[in-house]
Design a protein around this ligand. Structure first.
Ligand code: PLP
Length: 285
């Protein structure tokens, strides 16, 4: 039985109870994070907590935990749950009010919840065993604040389901101008003529921590050029490689978009080189 954290106490998952008036439940009024932990080593801890704090600010939620307090919580959750390969899920909602009313409540403590779930072994730079992802495409119909890691994920859930129902792993999303934003639960990239290209950060996509680490590692290394710019749907369809990234997948190569092969339909050489660099440097964050 997994051990979770709820409002100051650790307990078995089955004992964790939250009020039905919790605004996270009623409105999706909360912020969350997922931090990977490999044998107790947290990946990208500082940037994850910074992003969570940006989310609190973005929705006007007052949470004054220090990085150190979050670190103790994450390390405790990992060790109480066996320190294997874990995703550490943190969620803070605007708390449980006494009524259902849209305005922010006063004098209500945020609900702080944390639990862990098993994540796969991280990918290694070996084309023979690398998973090749298959994705669908769809118009991005989510809200205009996708930079906030909100627990209100129904838009993302519906887009994920579109791909899932076609037997695919993800759905790549395109705005009304037919430009790539991200995927329903990942950031997205293309490779053309050896250059890695990804959409710039704005309100249309989550500032992914894996994306941040990958771009930083590649820029410091310098062998794979990186561009942040708008990418049209046609460029995705003509790309040599397409990648997706998230904390639980790390960087994954897409081998099919809407049933058509990406490049030669196999995991590409630029992914291989980037994965080598990512594996070598990821614990510096
Ligand atoms: N974009 C969306 C919509 C996501 O939900 C996620 C991860 O959950 C990402 C991108 C990737 O972010 P990260 O690399 O921080 O996990």
């Amino acid at each position: 039985m997994s051990i979770v954290f709820l409002n100051g106490s650790y307990m078995p998952m089955s004992e964790a109870k939250i009020s039905p008036l919790d605004r996270g439940f009623l409105f999706g009024d909360g912020i969350y994070e997922v931090i990977p932990s490999y044998q107790g080593n947290l990946l990208g801890f500082g940037p994850h907590i910074d992003r969570m704090n940006d989310g609190f600010k973005g929705i006007g939620l007052n949470v004054d935990w220090s990085h150190q307090q979050w670190k103790i919580l994450c390390e405790d959750l990992a060790s109480k749950n066996g320190n294997s390969n874990l995703g550490i899920y943190l969620q803070v909602s605007r708390g449980a009010d006494t009524k259902r009313y849209h305005a922010f409540p006063e004098n209500v403590e945020p609900t702080v919840f944390g639990f862990t779930f098993k994540i796969p072994e991280p990918p290694i730079a070996d084309k023979a065993i690398a998973k090749g992802y298959k994705v669908s495409t769809a118009e991005d119909l989510r809200w205009q604040r996708c930079h906030i890691k909100s627990t209100a994920l129904l838009g993302n859930v519906l887009h994920f389901q579109q791909g899932y129902e076609q037997g695919h792993d993800e759905t790549l999303l395109f705005n009304a101008n037919n430009e790539l934003t991200e995927a329903s639960s990942c950031n997205a990239f293309i490779v053309k003529d050896g250059t890695l290209i990804t959409p710039p950060l704005d309100n249309q996509l989550l500032p992914g921590i894996t994306r941040y680490m990958l771009l930083d590692i590649l820029r410091k290394d310098g062998t794979i050029p990186v561009e942040e710019r708008a990418i049209t749907k046609q460029e995705v369809l003509d790309a040599d490689e397409v990648w997706i990234s998230s904390s639980t997948k790390e960087v994954g190569a897409v081998i099919q978009v809407d049933g058509s092969p990406v490049g030669d339909g196999k995991v590409g050489n630029v992914w291989l080189a980037a994965q080598r660099l990512f594996s070598a440097h990821k614990f510096n964050y």
